[in-house]
Design a protein around this ligand. Structure first.
Ligand code: UT7
Length: 317
């Protein structure tokens, strides 16, 4: 890890604002999810624009320029266009020369999938410096009349700059282990009811929230235990738990199940809601900016989302 950055759109939508649009209340949303507000991309502000802002900050933090990058991987479910990839658009907007660039689609687990994929590219020796971006304008695929989903999500982006290193010694900075899973049999629990090949439109998010909730703590914990077992590190030895921010109750359920301490958790859900693939780098950056996360800390990331997909990654940052 050489640097990280994040970007949130200016416009804020509070729970009270939402209660004027659908039959909900600040109290219900806070009690059931922990969310108080979310950021919403402005008109004409695209996923690539959010990603570019986060990437610029990550490059600055890394002390690098766009020309230093030879791999761009963008985790997103809300691309600017059906094609080309949002990675290609971000590459052009940043002014990075010809390099490898592609998107990853694993919905809310996208950033964990991207980290794990990028590690393999860097370890192969074919690429040296990667931009890993999670960027979403989820507000564009919400049904603003469906109170069960529209209160949950927000927009934003976060980015990491990762650099290949010589063989990693135990205790050195870098990616340690990752775990990725998908079970397409549970597609009905969380999906978008449209697409290029089916309806010809982008569709809206549909979720059986309580069924997803029931799967969450078990699957997320399974992934976290798997990465820690592979690394031969007790889960409780991590410095920071940086979870996907879907629901504060899910996060606390995992904390309890794995005996973590509440002060090991970085939660941004109150101010940002669920930003899908952007939520992990956004939460990580919050921890960096307020001084909690320091170079050399052991950080455990996890996520679960549509697919269902789920996974975890352990990194010394
Ligand atoms: O990031 C991808 C992964 N996503 C997740 O992990 C989300 C997982 N699911 C959840 O976080 C929770 O299931 C929700 C926050 C979505 C819902 O909380 P819940 O405690 O599971 O509520 P529920 O779906 O069982 O609904 C309880 C009640 C229902 O009313 P009745 O049938 O009991 O009368 C809903 O109609 O709450 C009602 N409800 C609402 N009421 C006020 C649903 N949404 C709202 C709302 N405001 N926004």
């Amino acid at each position: 890890m050489r640097g990280s950055g994040a970007y949130l759109p200016e416009k804020i939508l509070s729970n009270d604002d939402l209660s004027k649009r659908v039959d909900t209340s600040d109290e219900w949303i806070r009690e059931r999810t922990g969310i108080r507000q979310r950021h919403i991309a402005g008109e004409g502000e695209l996923t690539s624009d959010l990603g570019v802002e986060a990437a610029k900050k990550a490059l600055d933090a890394a002390g690098m320029i766009p020309a230093d990058i030879d791999l761009i991987v963008v985790a997103t479910t809300t691309p600017d266009l059906t094609f080309p990839s949002t990675a290609a658009i971000i590459q052009a907007k940043l002014g990075v020369g010809p390099c490898t660039a592609f998107d990853i689609q694993a919905v809310c687990t996208g950033f964990v999938y991207a980290l794990s994929t990028v590690e393999k590219f860097l370890v192969s020796g074919q690429h040296k410096r990667a931009l890993v971006i999670g960027a979403e304008t989820f507000s564009r695929i919400l049904d603003w009349e469906d109170r069960a989903t529209c209160v949950l999500f927000g927009d934003g982006a976060g980015a990491f700059v990762l650099e290949a290193q010589e063989a990693q010694e135990a205790g050195e900075r870098g990616m340690i282990s990752s775990f990725l899973r998908c079970d397409g049999n549970m597609v009905d629990l969380l999906y978008v009811d449209g697409g290029v090949s089916s309806t010809g439109s982008s569709g809206h998010v549909r979720m059986q929230g309580n069924k997803v909730f029931r799967e969450a703590v078990t699957r997320i914990s399974q992934a976290m235990v798997a990465v820690c077992e592979e690394a031969k590190i007790p889960v409780t030895d991590i410095d920071w738990f940086v979870p996907h921010q879907a629901n504060e109750r899910i996060i606390q359920g995992v904390v309890k199940k794995l005996d973590l301490r509440p002060d090991q958790v970085i939660s941004t859900i109150a101010g940002q809601g669920n930003t899908s693939a952007a939520s992990i780098p956004l939460a990580f950056q919050a921890g960096v900016e307020d001084g909690r996360v320091k170079q050399g800390d052991l950080v455990l990331f996890e996520a679960m989302g549509g697919g269902l997909t789920w996974g975890a990654a352990l990194m010394r940052v």
